[in-house]
Each structure stands twice: as C-alpha cells, then as structure tokens.
Design a binder for this molecule. Structure first.
Ligand SMILES: Cc1cc2nc3c(=O)[nH]c(=O)nc-3n(C[C@H](O)[C@H](O)[C@H](O)COP(=O)(O)OP(=O)(O)OC[C@H]3O[C@@H](n4cnc5c(N)ncnc54)[C@H](O)[C@@H]3O)c2cc1C
Length: 455
C-alpha cells in the first residue's frame, strides 16, 4: 500500500495544512513529529516555547486520533531520524512545510539529499507564511528590503486554495507510535507562570475571542499597552497552530481586519528577508560600524526590569511573567536598549528569544534590527522617548500598575516618571541613564560613524 509521511515542523495543526493534506491523500499516511536534538540542545533554556510545543503536540495528537490516526513521535538528528521513520513505514514520499531560516533550509536540503539515495521523494509545501518568500519578488532583486512596496504587491497576490482538512488518517499497521515528550525531557528551566498555552484548539478559541472583542477596534487601539487591544496570537502563528491563510480568509472584510492582515504582511516580509539573507539572523543587515557599549550592569538592569523607566520595566517584567509583550512595548524596550543604553541589539534579541513564547528567528531578529537601525530602517533619529510613549499609550497607567505593583498607588500624572521622593518611598530605582543625555550621546556616536563611512 502506498504510504506517505507528513512531517510536522512548525505547522502544528490539521486545518489548512498542505503537507498533511497531501500525505493523507495516499492510501496510508504517517503524521509525524521528529524532535530535533540539535534544536533542543540550542534552545534548552527556552522553556516557554518548549512548553508551548509539548502542549501543541498533545493537542495535534488528539485531533489526529479523532481522525483514526495518531501523531508518531521520533527523536534524534532530524534528517536521519525522519529518513529512518520513512524507511520503517515503507513511505515513498515525505511531505513537509517549507521553512526559511538558514538552519531550516540546510536541514531540509540534507533530508532531500539523503532521501534521494533511497528513492524517497521529499515534497515541500507552503503553509508557514501567507505569501511564500520569493513571491512577490522585486524586479531583479532577491527579496524586498522595504515594506511599503512589498505590501502593495502582497495585497494583490492570488491566494492559494485552502488545503483539505483530512477527515480520516489511515496509519500503516505495526508502526511504533513513539511517545509524546514530557517537558522535563526537553528542558530543566521553568516556563513563565502566566504564559500562553499551546494547541490548535486553544488558538482557535483565542482567535474567536479576538474576533468578537478586539478586532473592530484594532486599527485605532493596537498600540495601547493595556491588555485586550491586540490578538495575542503570535505564538500560535509561530508554531503553526493557526494557518495565516485560514485566518486571513476568516477575518477578511471585517472591520479592523485590514490593519490586522497588514501585520501578517510584516510577518511575511521578514520571512522573505530571512530566506534571502539568512545571515541577517546574527549579522547587521546594513552595518553602520556601531561600536556598541559593553555594560553588563545596564544589560542586567534592563533584563530585570530595573532601569527606573516604568514603561521599560513594566514590559520587561511582563516578559518574565507571561513570555509575551505587546508590539508597542517591544519597540520601546528595544529602542531603550539600543539607543539610550547603546547596547548591541543581539544581546536584547537573545534575551527576547529566551523569554518569548512566540520567539521567532525572522520576526525577532529582523524587528530588533529594524529598531536598532541596522536593518531595513536606518533612520538614526527613530528614538522612542520612554516617558512620552508611556503617557501616550498608557495614559491612565493601567499597564504600569499591573506589572509594577510597587508603583500601584501613584496617580496617573506621576506614575510615568515618578519624582525622586516617590521613587524612594516606593522602593523603585532612579533612572539608570538620563534619556536626553543618553540619546544625545547616541546621536553623536551615529554622526561619527557616518563621517567615518563618508571618508
Ligand atoms: C524588538 C521586537 C521583537 C519582536 N520579536 C518577535 C518574535 O520573536 N516573534 C513574533 O512573532 N513577533 C515578534 N515581534 C513582532 C510583534 O511585536 C509581535 O508579533 C506582536 O507583538 C505579537 O503580539 P500579538 O500577536 O498580540 O500581535 P497583533 O498586534 O495581534 O498582531 C497579529 C500578528 O501579526 C504579526 N505581527 C504583528 N506585528 C508584527 C511585526 N512587527 N513583525 C512581524 N510580525 C508581526 C504576528 O504574527 C502577530 O501575532 C517583535 C517586534 C519587535 C519590535
């Protein structure tokens, strides 16, 4: 009986999953997840994402069982372990979602090379992004470097048909299903107490809640820091518990959906950049010759939420408590690290990747570069004033009070930048740098780099 393997990676869903749909159209199909030891070793401290992964796998297994199958689990060096499973199952084809980091591309190429020797076909499918990298592509270029023109083309792209959700999975007889991993097998670190929980069902519940509650006001309110104005769907998009294609179809035409879908276009934009320039995950996309300061105390104060800037500290403490931060807060803290403190964006990005449940190489590293000014936005004057941002996007201080209980009793006109006496009384630190002085120094450093480059 012809058998196909569907190898899930970060497309952990049954709805609109092209790789699963293709495998399930064979007489027998093996839906599988292979725990990649290289990834686990690299990310063993990233407890939020690993916890989210184990929950998403358990949910997927349940959905497959409802369809007569189950999720087959293996562990090892990914390409070798996938191929070994394909051989055990007698599969003639391996269906898998295409993915775009340098590591993902190498691992897929390695699998294809090994499988070819066994005459097993490896078929890559879309599904992780809405628009696949390379389509749209700029005339004569590898990928778009500016969002505006990318977005204009993105809006006009024909959408692929939704993949059929299989109603029945026929596993070949006698295959060892393996065992879902327990979190303790992947990490000894503790996940954040109030993090999001994984799984396609959880994702759909959250999507429905956002559709009913936040979507209509999204365009006007998405920068407000207090909870309830954004979707919180990013970890579900990251691990593919949601199909961006299916979400776009579900929300299209609803008030607020245009702005929401524009954010999914940003996600696609960064994925097409990473696919074209995988080195941008670590190297400056456009180097300005920065000589970042090396200041461990400042970095630690930023990480711990003890900078003395309430909005920065609230956001960093939210990250520690929830593994999440809204987009506006991410921009504020990233600007503070790279401009006020003039510390290397890579140290901030690494801390985010450790803490975020949605930590995503394309979205994280390239957004960090965007804020730092080494990426697609090189405007050196884009500096966020943390006090003005706080007054503007958390006017009554609701967000600050939630994450900084020591400031909870302060009124709205004093909470954004408490006077020295209030700080002392509340046990809250003085600012570690003075914003105006620090950013003036930053601008001077920038003009020095520009002058050196011009010589
Ligand atoms: C410094 C920095 C680091 C970031 N790191 C990550 C990361 O690791 N993973 C991640 O998914 N996003 C990252 N973002 C992008 C964005 O902040 C988050 O996607 C968003 O805040 C997630 O919350 P949400 O789902 O409630 O967003 P919503 O406002 O509800 O947005 C809906 C979806 O659109 C996408 N999206 C929104 N804004 C962006 C953006 N600027 N770039 C790319 N996609 C976007 C996300 O998939 C998000 O779930 C980062 C942004 C900055 C400035």
């Amino acid at each position: 009986m012809r058998t196909s393997l569907a190898v899930f990676t970060r497309d952990l869903r049954v709805l609109d999953n092209p790789a699963l749909a293709a495998a399930a159209s064979s007489p027998a199909a093996v839906p599988a997840f292979v725990i990649d030891d290289d990834i686990i070793r690299r990310f063993s401290a990233h407890a939020n994402r690993l916890a989210f992964l184990t929950e998403s796998l358990a949910d997927l297994d349940e959905s497959l069982r409802l369809r007569g199958g189950s999720l087959v689990i293996r562990r090892g060096r990914w390409p070798a372990a996938v191929l070994a499973l394909a051989r055990d199952a007698g599969a003639t084809a391996i269906h898998v979602a295409d993915d775009y980091s340098g590591y993902a591309q190498r691992r897929l190429a390695d699998l294809a090379a090994r499988a070819a020797a066994d005459r097993i076909e490896v078929v890559r499918h879309p599904g992780i992004t809405l628009a696949e990298p390379g389509n749209p592509a700029p005339a004569g270029g590898r990928a778009y470097q500016v969002f505006g023109p990318y977005y204009r083309r993105w809006q006009q792209l024909p959408v692929r048909p939704m993949a059929v959700t299989p109603d029945r999975i026929r596993l070949p007889a006698g295959l060892d299903p393996g065992r879902l991993p327990a979190l303790a097998e992947l990490t000894t670190a503790c996940p954040a107490p109030a993090r999001a929980h994984g799984g396609e069902r959880m994702a759909n519940a959250r999507l429905r809640a956002f559709e009913a509650g936040g979507l209509a006001g999204y365009a006007a309110d998405r920068d407000l820091l207090a909870a309830g104005h954004v979707s919180g769907l990013s970890p579900y998009f990251h691990l593919g518990c949601l199909s961006p294609r299916a979400v776009a179809a579900q929300l299209a035409g609803r008030p607020g959906s245009e702005e929401f879908l524009r954010q999914l276009a940003w996600r696609d934009f960064f994925h097409q950049m990473l696919a074209a320039w995988p080195g941008a995950a670590q190297r400056d996309f456009r180097s300005r010759g920065d000589q970042w300061r090396d200041d461990r105390d400042a970095l630690q104060a930023w990480q711990a939420g003890l900078t003395g800037y309430p909005v920065v500290d609230a956001a960093m403490r939210q990250l520690a408590a929830e593994g999440y931060m809204p987009g506006r807060a991410r921009m504020i803290v990233a600007s503070f690290l790279t401009k006020d403190l003039y510390l290397d964006w890579r140290s901030g990005a690494a801390h985010f990747m450790r803490g975020l449940t949605d930590g995503d190489v394309a979205c994280n590293q390239l957004n960090w570069q965007w804020v730092a000014g080494t990426g697609t936005d090189t405007n050196p004057n884009r500096i966020f004033n943390p006090i003005r941002q706080s007054e503007r996007f958390d006017a009554d201080g609701e967000y600050l009070r939630k994450y900084l209980p020591e400031l909870a009793a302060l009124p709205a006109d004093r909470i954004h930048d408490p006077p020295a006496a209030s700080r002392r009384a509340c046990g809250y630190p003085a600012p570690i740098v003075e914003h105006r002085t620090a950013t003036a120094e930053y601008r001077t450093a920038m003009s020095g780099h520009r002058a050196r480059r011009a010589r």
